[in-house]
Ligand binder design. Structure first.
Ligand SMILES: Cc1cc2nc3c(=O)[nH]c(=O)nc-3n(C[C@H](O)[C@H](O)[C@H](O)COP(=O)(O)O)c2cc1C
Ligand code: SF4
Length: 426
């Protein structure tokens, strides 16, 4: 049987309906899962999320069911729900699609989470540049409230739950969940020391659930069909679908919903229904998965199945779902200069390995990009910087800033060495 290349658990109805209309959403089955959840015990909803093996879609792939269970068992109140809609990862634009085309689905997922934890309120922290989307979400919240799905006495069950939209501060690091909460509180958006976990001391140091937009948008389908069926739609280790963002030199670019474990990277890039191959008839040189903080893969890895487990085994990752495709004309050193330049710009400066390390990496890459300037010792320094930055940086930004560099070294070592001054000349 032909594998299923596209499966619409989340994006069904995207683009076909008025996104902020409750009626239109309900005609397509909207809010049925919320009604179902309102008659379930919180423990039973969480049991379904665990059965479904839903992994967080924001990049770190943490099991959503475990996170929810942890928060449920914390007695302190009030509890808050925070939706991470910062989407600062270059090459990633899938949360944008959900918020633009299916804001009601996101709200339904958030409200179900609110019900589970009897939460006080929810905050959606939306990337600052997504101004139009912020307005759309506010309209959707108003309409959902007017129809009795948000605000006071939801579904007549005596549950009050307001949803607020916060505009992001415009820094990539504000997508890191603890930096996000600092920023939402009006502080400088820098990461916090963990533990304590955000479930214990999150927003205003109160128990908080932070999940990504896509994670919440999975909840209506998951609750509607039940954990087992949801799991079966994906990979045995991670149920459901994943929104992947194809960009760069692939012929087709955009967001595609694929069943986890249902396609290979080759299909993602070459299948006519997905990437459609390389534009201009050129050859693939490499692909960069999961965002700037993810690893780079080479053509000999194209038969890897797109699942959390298989990609990890191959030294790659799902991350944010970004699939940046680069053709043979691209210099790996120039590409990495772009990646490192991004991290220099986005480092918050709190810790030395990231603040200084990225600059040092950039300087060496600059030397490597012209013939006869770098010496062999520069390559050794580069290797040491990779190790030090990933081991000693304070947060995920610095820890993963050299993931692309490290993986590129394995696949394209000859390009790193090509311009190095021979020992005799040095
Ligand atoms: C530097 C950095 C940036 C991040 N940016 C985002 C982001 O834009 N959106 C997001 O959902 N998660 C982002 N994350 C991951 C979050 O810290 C966190 O894991 C996520 O919001 C948890 O939600 P999930 O379990 O549903 O994935 C980022 C992490 C780091 C280290
Ligand atoms: S690793 Fe350090 S400097 Fe870099 S963003 Fe995190 S806290 Fe800031």
């Amino acid at each position: 049987m032909e594998p299923v290349k596209l499966r619409k658990l989340i994006t069904e109805g995207a683009g076909g309906i008025d996104p902020v209309s409750v009626d239109a959403y309900m005609k397509n089955g909207g809010f049925a899962a919320l009604k179902k959840a309102a008659d379930m015990e919180p423990e039973d909803i969480i049991a379904e999320v665990k059965k479904a093996k839903l992994l967080g879609r924001g990049g770190a792939a943490y099991p959503a069911g475990n996170k929810w269970e942890h928060l449920l068992h914390i007695p302190e109140r009030p509890k808050y729900i925070v939706c991470n809609a910062d989407e600062g990862e270059p090459g990633t634009f899938k949360d944008r699609l959900i918020m633009e085309k299916l804001p009601m689905k996101l709200l339904e997922g958030i409200i179900i989470a609110g019900l589970v934890f009897k939460a006080e309120a929810a905050y959606i922290y939306v990337r600052g540049e997504y101004r139009g989307i912020q307005k759309r979400l506010i309209k959707a919240i108003e309409n959902a409230g007017a129809a009795g799905f948000a605000g006071k006495n939801i579904l007549g069950r005596g549950f009050d739950f307001d949803i607020h939209v916060i505009s992001g501060a415009g820094a990539y690091v504000c997508g890191e969940n603890s930096a996000l909460l600092n920023s939402a509180e009006g502080k400088v958006g820098r990461p916090r020391i963990k533990p304590p976990h955000l479930a214990e001391a999150g927003l205003f140091l109160l128990p908080t659930l932070v999940n990504n937009v896509e994670t919440f948008a999975n909840i209506p389908a998951l609750v509607g069909m039940g954990g087992e069926e949801y799991l079966a739609a994906g990979h045995p280790d991670s149920g459901g679908t994943k929104l992947i963002c194809l960009s760069g030199h692939s012929r087709n670019r955009g967001v595609f919903e694929i069943p986890l474990g249902g396609i290979t990277l080759r299909e993602a890039i070459y299948d006519p229904e997905l990437g459609g191959g390389i534009a201009g008839g050129k050859k693939l040189k490499f692909f960069h998965l999961g965002g700037q903080s993810g690893a780079i893969g080479a053509p000999d890895q194209l038969d890897t199945v797109y699942s959390y487990t298989d990609l990890k085994k191959a030294g790659l990752s799902v991350g944010s779902g970004a699939v940046v495709v680069m053709d043979e004309s691209v210099s790996i050193i120039e590409y990495l200069k772009g990646v490192t330049g991004f991290f220099i710009h986005e480092s918050c400066g709190k810790c030395v390995p990231c603040r200084e390390g990225n600059r040092q990496v950039y300087n060496i890459l600059r030397k490597l990009s012209v013939p006869g300037v770098a010496v062999a010792g520069d390559l050794d320094t580069l290797r040491r910087l990779i190790r030090t930055m990933s081991d000693a940086s304070f947060c995920g930004l610095g820890q993963t800033a050299t993931a692309a560099l490290n993986s590129a070294w394995k696949h394209f070592r000859a390009e790193f060495e090509a311009n190095v001054k021979p020992a005799s000349a040095a």
